[in-house]
Write a protein that binds this ligand. Structure first.
Ligand code: TPP
Ligand code: MG
Length: 662
């Protein structure tokens, strides 16, 4: 006899409470409350094949309530994924186990995205649903025809980014996005009444979503709600009324089950309550084999899909789009044309010029901007808008939703088959930062086009002028921050960002910049992170380290110092992360390990000097801005902050004079 849905769900409950108990750490409440709903989803609807977790046409499942990670680990184990093993689950939250505290996409192939920072899983799912519709528009139902399911908690729905994600999904009519809301009316602090009295369903309905509610503890009723959601052309919110920690007789329904082990007594009582008499980590044979059969459900569909792919004649193209490095054949002709007539343009404009070539060569790019299209120069001529009426379009009007945009781009990148890039002002990376951090953590290839990258943006003043942003972004591990100095460097940085398996940020100027690279070289010099742009002519006393728009300033200052017989190298440093990984002899050549007395190192960047001592040494000179900016024309702002060739040369000469007197 088949185990009942409730008994299948109880296997999830048991694994969750036992793993949390063993670790004495974790969150049993959410998996226990949503076990029935998840069972309905995984046994009746979700299209997946545990034998090939990367099957491109699988449904995507996002556990946005990432603290309930044991729900996902239990499902992956029960349905027969290679990992996690039961041993992995026994070692939940321990070093060496892929069953990390929160689901990590790089630990387990069955985990689509890293979740835990509330709200972001949901918002990434919106990006996945966008990518699905886009690829469907190109390749048709035969190859791309899947759905995106989310389990989200109260926290996911309260976070501000939820508003952005819901708005995007509603406007793009992402009908294949289905969210199951774990409406347990509990968060860490207690009842949701402490902090919320909005009509959540009305908010979604007002945002062009379909809404339906059900008893989340009855998998049959959850199934009915999913059926209704599937039939509706709008994105769906299914309100699953549940009880947190369901099955733990003395603690269920309270915040006590949210984020702590239940305790041995309560675990024993829950076993009795649920009629579950197996020892910890043992799943009765009938239950496990039933689950495994549900896991096999997708195999036939997968084979059918393989057959369709073979017959489509597009197999190579489709798989290359998902797996291969993007075409870089655009770079050389583009560089040749720049070198033929070196343009004096803002690097945001140079980025647009590069994008014209990139978007023509790489069909998988999807551009966008958070309502600054004309300023970020992100939309190239041939790109059409991606809309509910035209999912084949390759440009997304994200609206004023920086965080939502960045999270959606993570979802798109992790879905695969598309390379998202999107823009706003560099200063507003602050609004997107939590998603930028997750791009890095998840190794999602997203390219951030962040323009207006300094006081050089001018009159908009201190609110819009980034100061600490470059350095604070460089502090994020695994994020490549590029600040190119001219059109050639901009193209090189674009090529690097596209070829990388890490996210990249392009910090681009609003103001025009002269060409500093006018000679053809056989190498992408920006790939070195820093390189000598100009060598000292007089005996070398100074090495300038400059980025972006300040390379021009450093070149000017160096020329003035040379006139006084003070030799100065100018090193352009578009990407500190890349420089740091160069071989020691290369780094030594660019920045020789000699005393500042012999060769003074001077950094020049129109932002905080914080952290530049990493390259100048404590006794070097750091030229930058350690306060908020000013509202004025750009050139006046540079004068005001003494970041001009004359002022910089003067400061360096003074410094050398005073030092030599000491
Ligand atoms: C952005 C963010 N803020 C705070 C937290 C810490 N946190 C984890 S779970 C949680 C409460 C979530 O409540 P709910 O979504 O209702 O989950 P439940 O207690 O029902 O499992 C909080 C505040 C977090 N993970 N992410
Ligand atoms: Mg809750």
């Amino acid at each position: 006899m088949q185990p009942t849905q409730r008994r299948l769900a109880n296997a999830i409950r048991a694994l969750a409470m036992d793993a949390v108990q063993a670790a004495n750490s974790g969150h049993p409440g959410m998996p226990m409350g949503m076990a029935d709903a998840a069972t309905a989803l995984f046994t009746r609807y979700l299209k997946f094949d545990p034998k090939d977790p990367r099957w491109p046409d699988r449904d995507r499942f996002v556990l946005s309530a990432g603290h309930g990670s044991m729900l996902l680990y239990a499902l992956l184990y029960l349905t027969g994924y290679e990992r996690p093993t039961i041993e992995d689950i026994r070692n939940f939250r321990q070093i060496g186990s892929p069953c990390a505290g929160h689901p990590e996409n790089f630990e387990l192939p069955g985990v689509e995205v890293t979740t835990g920072p509330l709200g972001q899983g949901f918002a990434m799912a919106v990006g996945m649903a966008i990518a699905e519709r886009h690829l469907n528009a190109i390749y048709g139902d035969d190859l791309v025809d899947h759905r995106t399911y989310v389990i989200a908690g109260d926290g996911d729905l309260m976070e501000g980014v939820n508003h952005e994600a819901v708005g995007l999904a509603g406007n793009l009519k992402l009908g294949r996005l289905i969210v199951l809301w774990d409406d347990n009316r509990i968060t860490i602090d207690g009842s949701t009444e402490l902090s919320r009295n909005e009509d959540v369903m009305a908010r979604y309905a007002a945002s062009a979503w379909h809404t339906v509610e059900c008893d989340g503890l009855d998998s049959g009723k959850v199934s009915k709600a999913i059926d209704e959601a599937l039939a509706d052309p709008r994105p769906s919110l299914i309100r699953c009324k549940t009880i947190i920690g369901y099955g733990a007789p003395n603690k269920q329904g309270t915040e006590a089950t949210h984020g702590a082990a239940l305790g041995a007594d309560e675990v024993a009582a829950a076993r009795k309550e649920l009629g579950w008499d197996s020892p910890p980590f043992e799943i009765p044979a009938d239950v496990l084999s039933a689950w495994r059969e549900f896991g096999n459900r997708g195999g036939a569909e997968h084979s059918e899909w393989n057959r369709r792919l073979e017959q489509s004649g597009k197999s190579d193209e489709f798989m290359a789009r998902l797996c291969a490095a993007p075409d870089d054949s655009w770079l050389k002709p583009h560089l040749d044309s720049l070198l033929a007539t070196p343009p004096k343009v803002a690097t945001r404009k140079a980025s647009e010029m590069a994008l014209e070539a990139i978007n023509a060569a790489i069909p998988s790019t999807i551009g966008g901007s958070a309502d600054l299209t004309g300023s970020n120069n992100t939309k190239t001529k041939a790109l059409q808008a991606l809309t509910a009426e035209n999912y084949a379009g390759r440009y997304i009007y994200y609206g004023i939703r920086e965080f939502g945009m960045a999270a959606a781009m993570n979802g798109m990148a992790l879905h695969g088959g598309v390379i998202p890039y999107g823009g706003t002002f560099l200063v507003f990376t602050d609004y997107a930062r939590p998603a930028i951090r997750l791009s890095a953590l998840q190794r999602a290839r997203v390219v951030y086009v962040m323009t207006h990258d300094s006081i050089g943006l001018g009159e908009d003043g201190p609110t819009h002028q980034p100061i600490e942003h470059l350095q604070s972004l460089r502090a994020i591990p695994g994020l490549e921050v590029y600040r190119p100095a001219d059109a050639v460097e901009t193209a090189e940085c674009w090529a690097l960002a596209l070829a990388s398996d890490k996210p990249g940020i392009l910090a681009l100027s609003r103001q025009n910049l002269p060409a500093v690279r006018t000679q053809a070289v056989g190498e992408n010099l920006c790939g070195r992170g820093a390189y000598r742009l100009k060598s000292a002519e007089s005996p070398r006393k100074v090495i300038f380290l400059a980025t972006g728009s300040e390379v021009e300033v450093a070149l000017g200052a160096a020329a003035k110092l040379e006139e006084q017989g003070i030799g100065a190298d100018v090193v352009s440093m578009p990407c500190t992360e890349r420089f740091d990984t160069q071989p020691a002899n290369y780094r030594e050549d660019i920045l020789p390990d000699v005393s500042n007395r012999d060769v003074l190192r001077v950094s020049v960047e129109a932002g905080t000097t914080f952290g530049w001592e990493r390259y100048t040494g404590l006794h070097g000179l750091r030229i930058g801005i350690d306060r908020f900016g000013v509202s004025s024309p750009a050139s006046d702002a540079y004068e005001f902050f003494k970041i001009t060739p004359d002022a910089v040369a003067g400061r360096v000469a003074d410094y050398l004079k005073q030092r030599d007197m000491r």
